[in-house]
Write a protein that binds this ligand. Structure first.
Ligand code: GRG
Length: 289
């Protein structure tokens, strides 16, 4: 089996090509296609499709066009969530993936519609790739009212009502729903698609839960920790406050400790499976430790 870096190097360009090719082929209106492509091919890390494919590889399943279609369907849904998250009514961000956000570039209605179109297209690709209603159920549950959108609602509601500041449990639930659920779904989709045994499925999903919880903490830490390569050590920006997240709640040191605990847990969850490839995903977090 490939190690994580080789796996990532091999599959990232294949995922990127698939996304470009199939959006180009399958979205009929050329202007709207351009708007959708603008956000999808803007250079994301492709973490979620890679996680789905790596879980399949861990389960000794071959990867071909059907599996690629499922993987890229997940990325379409993730991209929809980023477009909508950036909107003026939500986070009101001007930049994403190193370029102007969709609404800044194309207009607000256009960005809403691009997101609206990416969500069902992603579900369609997952259904077509898998030919299995269970996968459509897993993905729609993960991103719906009891998953990602529910988490975004909690975020909006608590911000509007000034309620979150010291409610650790609420922040934890919000972060899990917003970010963790979709990451967990990547692994669930793979274990279901591959018909993994119950025990392996449990181990891999436990890994995904720890990894998914860790991801939000990592993402917040990345915002405030800048690695100074010349000095060879981490330097901090004083921006850890002002957002409803674990980082604001715990501060940098405790957030790091929490992240380390989650990494340790994720590693333990892999002890009974052939976990070398999936373990490689955890190296991502070294950037902020
Ligand atoms: C608006 C329906 C709706 C949902 C929004 C995505 C989301 C839910 C909120 C984003 C908040 C956020 C920045 C969470 C941190 C984790 C995260 C999703 C980071 C972005 O994903 P990456 O790091 O980005 O995988 P790339 O660009 O590499 O794909």
């Amino acid at each position: 089996m490939l190690d994580f870096t080789s796996f990532q190097k091999k599959w990232t360009p294949i995922i990127n090509d698939y996304l470009t090719q199939h959006l180009t082929d399958e979205v009929e209106n050329p202007k709207f296609r351009e708007i959708m492509l603008y956000s999808v091919v803007a250079g994301g890390k492709r973490l979620r499709p890679l996680l789905f494919l790596a879980t399949l590889a861990t389960l000794d399943r071959p990867i071909d066009s059907r599996e690629l279609r499922i993987a890229c369907g997940i990325e379409l849904i993730h991209t929809y969530s980023l477009i909508h998250d950036d909107l003026p009514a939500m986070d009101n961000d001007d930049y994403r993936r190193g370029r102007l956000t969709s609404h800044k570039k194309w207009g607000e209605a256009e960005a809403i519609l691009a997101g609206d179109a990416l969500l069902p297209l992603g579900v369609q690709w997952i259904a077509e790739g898998s030919q299995d209603y269970r996968l459509a159920t897993i993905i729609t549950a993960a991103v719906g009212a009891n998953g990602m959108v529910g988490g975004q609602y909690l975020d909006i509601d608590s911000t509007n009502n000034d309620q979150v500041a010291d409610d650790v449990k609420l922040i934890d639930q919000m972060e899990w729903l917003k970010t963790g659920c979709l990451i967990e779904a990547c692994v669930k989709l793979a274990t279901t698609y591959a018909d993994a045994s119950d025990t392996i499925q449990t181990d891999l999903i436990d890994f995904a839960r720890a990894f998914g919880r860790a991801y939000q903490i990592y993402d917040d830490l990345v915002d405030v920790v800048q690695t100074s390569e010349e000095a060879g050590k981490a330097t901090h920006k004083d921006e850890a406050v002002g957002k409803n997240n674990t980082l604001t709640q715990l501060g940098i040191d405790k957030s790091r400790a929490e992240l380390q605990a989650l990494i340790d847990r994720a590693q333990r969850d892999l002890t009974n499976v052939n976990g070398d490839l999936l373990n490689g995903f955890l190296a991502l977090y070294q950037k902020v430790m």
